[in-house]
Design a protein around this ligand. Structure first.
Ligand code: HEC
Ligand code: HEC
Length: 374
């Protein structure tokens, strides 16, 4: 709890004292330009079909994995239950590769089976070193698998720390890293474009698809039917405690009154996941060299965005992924520490209590009920 953001504390207190207000007007939809739409529909359809085939079936002669090994059909992610079912069916199946075994020893897979986390290799920003291994430039961390539904079309930040610029570079990195494809066998530019085009056809609802294609309004926050859901909604309105960070169509953009003191529309914040570390991941200590050449030590199991920006103040900031379709995208948070929406609220109850924001068991139940509707 060393890297608490003062601005966050102060502003969340302020929010708490003003309470949960009424929803403000919905943001203006960002027009999405679909390349080649209407003029070259047939060509586009062929590319999407090719992309789907690559996403689901092509291994590029790597370790046997495809994108769909982790981003499974329907939900675009993988639950611990799915991982266990795959293991019981075939423990030599493509999900079970040494790189994602416990400690990369190739003998057991308890982390993958219990949390559905896999390893990522992150190149450290030049300003960041590991205190106990200062010459090391790549860090291996375990992270949860974000859903590939809605995000490819509607989310401009890619990865928990925003480190990939485009869907194409992302796919390339995924093939090199997760699928252990040899650099000489990587897909062509056309194939990478097809994969990206296919990903952009994945939506959680027709309303979301229509919105993305510029054919319909941004889906509004559900009204809620029961009294509990209706009360839960107030927390997610833009002036509510949750909505102050979770704004915009995917509920993953800071709104103007966000407590982080960061520009509206930013997607990076903290839900104190690394700070509280309920996942019990090993603590690491980093030294971050600041622009004035002073050094800030940072301890965290995964400092997220700081590793790629080299800015100590960005320690423990992660991308807010979409909250739409939440009931189908478990597990939650960058470390998959919450397996259910009830467990999400175990994390947030701790946050609210820590920040002194009053909350009752009924409030927690209301927020939980509402999240099932998103
Ligand atoms: C071994 C499991 C695994 C495989 C295989 C895999 N991914 Fe991922 N994917 C992940 C994880 C884990 C992350 C998040 C990592 C991070 O942010 O550090 C991720 C992130 C993503 C994201 C970003 C989502 C967001 O909201 O930021 C996209 C898009 C994506 N993957 C597409 C693909 C594609 C395309 C392929 C195949 C070429 C693929 N993935 C293969 C595990 C996997
Ligand atoms: C200070 C900004 C902020 C506030 C306030 C906030 N969140 Fe979050 N939320 C985040 C960030 C950042 C993440 C990603 C955290 C991570 O994975 O480390 C997140 C993640 C989540 C997730 C997980 C999404 C997923 O698929 O992994 C849920 C669910 C969620 N928040 C619900 C809530 C609820 C409920 C509230 C109100 C009690 C709330 N949030 C308040 C910033 C915030």
């Amino acid at each position: 709890m060393k890297q608490l953001h003062k601005a966050l504390l102060t502003a969340l207190f302020t929010l708490a004292s003003t309470g949960c207000g009424e929803p403000t007007e919905d943001e203006q939809p960002t027009p999405i330009l679909e390349e080649g739409e209407s003029t070259e529909d047939a060509e586009q359809d062929a590319s999407v079909a090719a992309g789907e085939n690559l996403f689901k079936h092509e291994t590029f002669r790597g370790n046997g994995r495809t994108c769909a090994t982790c981003h499974t059909s329907g939900t675009g992610t993988l639950t611990p239950a799915q991982a266990r079912a795959a293991y019981n069916a075939n423990r030599n199946g493509p999900l079970f590769r040494r790189i994602d075994s416990d400690g990369r020893l190739g003998t057991s897979y308890s982390k993958l089976l219990n949390d559905a986390t896999v390893t990522v290799d992150i190149t450290l920003h030049p300003n960041v070193t590991l205190a106990n291994d200062p010459t090391r430039r790549t860090l291996t961390l375990r992270r949860g698998i974000p859903s590939t539904v809605d995000a490819p079309s509607l989310d401009s930040e890619i990865m928990w720390d925003g480190r990939e610029a485009t869907l194409q570079t992302q796919a390339r990195s995924a093939l090199l890293g997760h699928a252990e494809v040899s650099p000489s066998r990587l897909p062509s530019t056309d194939q990478l474009n097809s994969i990206a085009q296919y990903e952009k056809t994945l939506f959680s609802s027709n309303a979301m698809r229509d919105y993305a294609k510029g054919r319909g309004p941004a889906p509004a926050l559900p009204a809620g039917r029961s009294d509990s859901e209706k009360r839960g909604r107030a927390w997610f309105a833009e002036t509510g405690v949750c909505g102050s960070c979770h704004g915009g169509t995917l509920l993953n953009r800071m709104t103007a009154g966000n407590p982080m003191g960061v520009p509206a529309n930013s997607q990076f914040g903290t839900a104190f996941v690394s700070e509280f570390n309920l996942a019990g991941n090993p603590m690491l200590t980093f030294n971050v060299t600041n622009p004035d050449n002073t050094v800030t030590p940072v301890s965290s199991p995964d400092p997220g965005r700081m590793l790629v920006t080299g800015v100590a103040q960005e320690a423990n900031l992660f991308k807010m992924t979409s909250l739409r379709n939440l009931k189908n995208t478990a597990p939650y948070f960058h470390d998959s520490s919450a397996k259910t929406l009830e467990q999400v609220m175990v994390q947030y109850k701790q946050v609210l209590d820590f920040l002194g924001i009053p909350n009752t068991p009924q409030d927690i139940a209301d927020m939980t009920a509402y999240m099932y509707l998103l």
